[in-house]
Design a protein around this ligand. Structure first.
Ligand SMILES: Nc1nc2c(ncn2[C@@H]2O[C@H](COP(=O)(O)OP(=O)(O)OP(=O)(O)O)[C@@H](O)[C@H]2O)c(=O)[nH]1
Ligand SMILES: [Mg+2]
Length: 388
């Protein structure tokens, strides 16, 4: 799978050049609406059982109340931010750092047997087989070069290898105005909430966001976005349930131009329509945006729910194939032990991790910081500050 992703990435570099999908695809889908596209999409990929929440039918009243005073994020010193970040990732840290402590207990020398135990641990910590083998191979090479004199060196080497996996290209510098961000992902992963969090960040930085309710499939979806819009003081462009999402996007972009906003976030449905395939719908939204505002959407962000573990990888592949993903947001990293999936996602997709979601509140979204992340999942409980 990794090779597939990398090839795809080379063919379709970031942004505008993520080529709008072929017209034929639409024609096929329209003449045979029952087909689910070029390849059968397994139901469990498109509708995963959300293990830690039942968000599929979120009604507007499920928009969580603001838990904390809004401006706190800015005022909070970076050290406090990192502490909170570490706390939210504590279950993943327990799985990875805690697991390492157990594997290393009473062992000083690094040998093949120890690396085998490490391999098992990483696989169970949701790094996935391919990513684990990649990391362990790198460590075996270091062992052969006699660079791993003791377990402390091994741990440091593991941190370095993880970092080099996670360090993707920097976020693209987008100067277009408005900057249009298309948010995609299966149902319940956190698309709508993440849009609210991003819009909130735009506001904090003095920019004007506008939200487009492109999920016309689920009855309460537009209202949910509207509630968030009110909370972050961003206009929401919507139509009635069942409207063509591409038409909403068209109107929304017209409104964005008329109002001269800085940023547009397009919310989309995560669930399969009964007649029109979700991927075909997204392609149409993409084409419509590109037609209305050439060069847009400037970013296509895929939202993945960390609690679904390895299933996130299959989702990434499907969406990337359909609309060319430019970045990934991993949500629900708080309270899950599956945070190791971030490494698998970064390694196997070759796509940049842009943000991670650490809770339901507006402030609970952080730009992905590879150093901070590795420090958080590998660091012991005695670690004071870490990077930041
Ligand atoms: N703990 C936690 N919960 C989150 C996070 N992000 C989103 N959620 C919750 O996940 C649930 C689903 O979020 P939504 O934003 O409605 O998800 P969606 O992808 O828009 O869902 P659909 O519109 O049904 O496709 C909500 O209860 C959110 O509060 C996160 O980072 N951490
Ligand atoms: Mg939604």
């Amino acid at each position: 799978m990794r090779r597939w992703f990398r090839r795809k990435k080379e063919e379709e570099p970031q942004g505008e050049s993520a080529s709008p999908p072929p017209e034929e695809a639409e024609a096929v889908a329209e003449s045979e609406p029952q087909l689910s596209g070029p390849e059968e999409i397994p139901e469990e990929i498109l509708s995963p059982e959300p293990p830690e929440a039942v968000p599929g039918d979120s009604t507007p009243d499920q928009v969580p109340e603001p838990a904390e005073a809004a401006p706190a994020a800015e005022a909070e010193p970076r050290k406090g931010l990192f502490r909170r970040f570490r706390e939210r990732l504590s279950r993943s840290r327990e799985a990875i750092a805690g697991g390492l402590d157990r594997v290393f207990a009473g062992r000083r020398e690094v040998d093949a047997a120890l690396l085998e135990d490490l391999e098992e641990l990483l696989i169970t910590a949701d790094l996935g087989v391919e990513t684990t083998l990649h990391l362990v191979q790198a460590l075996q090479d270091r062992l052969k070069r006699r660079e791993l004199a003791d377990v402390e060196r091994l741990k440091a080497a593991l941190a370095e290898e993880m970092l080099s996996l996670l360090k993707g290209p920097a976020a693209p510098e987008i100067t277009a105005r408005p900057r249009v961000v298309l948010m995609v992902g299966v149902n319940g992963v956190g698309k709508t909430t993440t849009i609210a969090k991003l819009a909130y960040q735009e506001r904090l930085q003095g920019r004007t966001p506008l939200l487009i309710a492109g999920d016309t499939f689920r009855a309460a979806a537009a209202e949910q976005l509207e509630i968030w819009g009110e909370r972050v003081n961003a206009p929401v462009i919507k139509q009635k349930t069942g409207a063509d999402p591409a038409a909403v996007v068209f109107d929304g972009l017209a409104a964005a131009l008329a109002r001269d906003v800085d940023t547009v976030f397009i919310d989309t449905a995560g669930r399969l329509h009964t007649k029109v395939n979700l991927m075909e719908e997204l392609k149409k939204i993409y084409r419509t945006a590109a037609k209305k505002l050439p060069g847009s959407p400037h970013e296509v962000l895929l939202v993945l729910d960390a609690t679904t573990g390895q299933n996130a990888l299959s989702q990434a592949r499907l969406f990337h194939e359909a609309v060319g993903i430019t970045g990934i947001i991993l949500t629900k990293m708080d309270g899950t032990a599956k945070g190791g999936v971030a490494l698998a996602v970064a390694h196997e997709t070759g796509l940049p991790l842009r943000y991670i979601g650490l809770g339901e509140g507006l402030e609970d979204l952080r730009p992905f910081d590879a150093e901070a992340f590795v420090a958080a999942i590998l660091g012991g409980d005695d670690m004071g500050g870490g990077p930041g």
